[in-house]
Design a binder for this molecule. Structure first.
Ligand code: 6PG
Length: 469
């Protein structure tokens, strides 16, 4: 009998997704560009519903029509060369699903390329790492809406299930929409992680807490409104002892890596003209952790002496700051969704996006239900901050945020994401941001014109030199 779906790419994500599909009763064909990974997979993790193939044409011949071929290969050029191989062998109506972290612009291009051949191309964001792939990831499919029902049952079956039992998989929009939503998910992931790292620095250097105490604090936070996958695993990390003594965390070099999706989000926000300063701050924080001369800077730029602030009030202020700043990070990310949805005509459903982030993905959190509720109440919210629930939280917690940022600054602790959160709030709500002077300067040196508060129209002023040279 023919198989339901084929998976190309037997690395970590592909092999685990294939097993997940097989567990849900689907017959899966698998193929890898080099046969070694397929052989290893079939030997080490055999499954009665998985069949391996070593020739692309045999793999394709094993699939029910329309054929569903999922690519779990490295993003970038490998996807294009796989399309070069696949397209001549496929028939009208066949479906290709790219489940990698592809750049959404590439997905838009590939969608058009495939459509010329009558092939439906889906760009699918998948979050949750290895465990997610095996046990249930969050899934963000983008592509042709009409044929989506062909693949919907498989992906809803293998997706994580939220607390209400709903699958964390929903059709996102045309062409690159799924990969776009995944890209911004990763940007938010960067901001979330940076906030956690900054809270850690505050607790460690201003609070004077050791890893064991910080682990307990995070564990406690994870029982309340901050409850999330990342806070939970952070609590675990602080508690992890090293064989050589102390904790593993203190043995890890203080320089962060990145694969680029956070940076894409930041670059894209600049193109859209949307301020996602916290995500950008998180990208820059990783960059600065690797900055040339960092070791030298430590020896010659003078830092203030640390003054400790022990106590429950301080810890609670850090917690409140983290919550307030997290709200701003999501408000920024969702503002980018809103702008992109208009630019690319995707009709994104923000509430549905938040709801599929509730389980399976890296940023999964209680908190996301509140975002869904906010957009259910008002799908056209200009900014998440205007929702009653979030507004009340921001107003209740911003005092703590100011206090904590003040302490960090006085102690010389770098807290770029916390600071960006507050700067965003202040820029957004301040009665004057100085843009009138920017406009005057632009008009003075370049006749760029300005609007007036008291009259309609566009004005250019003849500015005088009041001070003679
Ligand atoms: C996920 C993760 C996943 C991966 C990122 C990490 O949602 O499952 O986001 O996609 O862990 O590639 O990105 P960096 O290497 O850039 O931190």
């Amino acid at each position: 009998a023919l198989h339901d779906i084929g998976v190309v790419g037997m690395a970590v994500m592909g092999s685990n997704l294939a097993l997940n599909m097989a567990d849900h009763g689907y017959d899966v064909s698998v193929y890898n560009y080099t046969p070694d990974l397929t052989e290893q997979f079939l030997q080490e993790r055999p499954h009665e519903k998985i069949t391996g193939y070593f020739e692309l044409k045999d793999f394709l011949a094993s699939l029910k029509r329309p054929r569903k071929i999922m690519l779990m290969i490295m993003a970038g050029a490998p996807v294009d060369s796989m399309l070069d191989q696949l397209l001549p062998l496929l028939d009208t109506g066949d479906i290709i699903i790219d489940g990698g972290n592809s750049y959404f612009g590439d997905t838009r291009r590939r969608y058009d390329r495939c459509r010329e051949d009558g092939i439906h191309f889906y760009g699918m964001g998948i979050s949750g790492g290895e465990t997610g792939a095996r046990r249930g990831p969050a899934i963000m499919p983008g592509g042709n809406k009409e044929t989506y029902p062909e693949i919907q049952p498989i992906y809803e079956a293998i997706a994580a299930k939220a607390a209400d039992g709903k699958p964390c998989c929903t059709y996102i929009g045309e062409d690159g929409a799924g990969h776009y939503v995944k890209m911004v998910h990763n940007g938010i992931e960067y901001a979330d992680m940076q906030l956690i790292a900054e809270a850690y620095l505050l607790l460690k250097y201003v609070g004077g807490y050791d890893n064991a105490a910080i682990s307990k604090i995070f564990h406690e936070w994870n029982q309340g409104e901050l409850k999330s996958f990342l806070i939970g695993i952070a609590a675990d990390i602080f508690a992890e002892d090293d064989e050589a003594g102390g904790q593993v965390l203190d043995k890890i070099v203080d320089a962060a890596g990145q694969k680029g999706t956070g940076r894409w989000t930041s670059i894209e926000s600049m193109k859209q003209g949307v301020d996602i300063s916290m995500i950008t701050a998180a990208c820059n924080a990783r960059v600065m952790s690797n900055a040339l001369g960092r070791a030298k800077a430590r020896t010659c730029i003078e830092m203030p002496a640390l003054s400790h602030q022990h106590g429950d009030d301080f810890v609670e202020a850090v917690r409140q700051s983290l919550y307030a700043a997290k709200i701003v990070a999501y408000a920024q990310g969702f503002s980018l969704y809103k702008s992109a949805s208009e630019t690319y005509d995707w009709h994104l459903d923000y509430g549905a996006i938040a709801s599929i982030f509730r389980a399976g993905c890296i940023i999964q959190a209680e908190f996301l239900t509140k975002i869904t509720e906010a957009y259910d109440k008002n799908p056209d919210l200009d900014n998440l901050l205007f929702d009653d629930f979030f507004l009340a939280k921001i107003n209740a917690n911003q005092g703590a945020l100011r206090q904590i940022i003040g302490l960090a600054i006085a102690n010389g602790l770098p807290i770029p994401a916390f600071s960006a959160a507050l700067q965003y709030l202040d820029a957004y709500s301040s009665p004057q941001v100085g843009a009138n002077l920017i406009q005057a300067l632009r008009d003075y040196f370049g006749a760029h014109t300005f609007q007036r508060v008291d009259k309609e129209g566009t004005f250019h002023h003849h500015w005088h030199e009041h001070y003679t040279k």
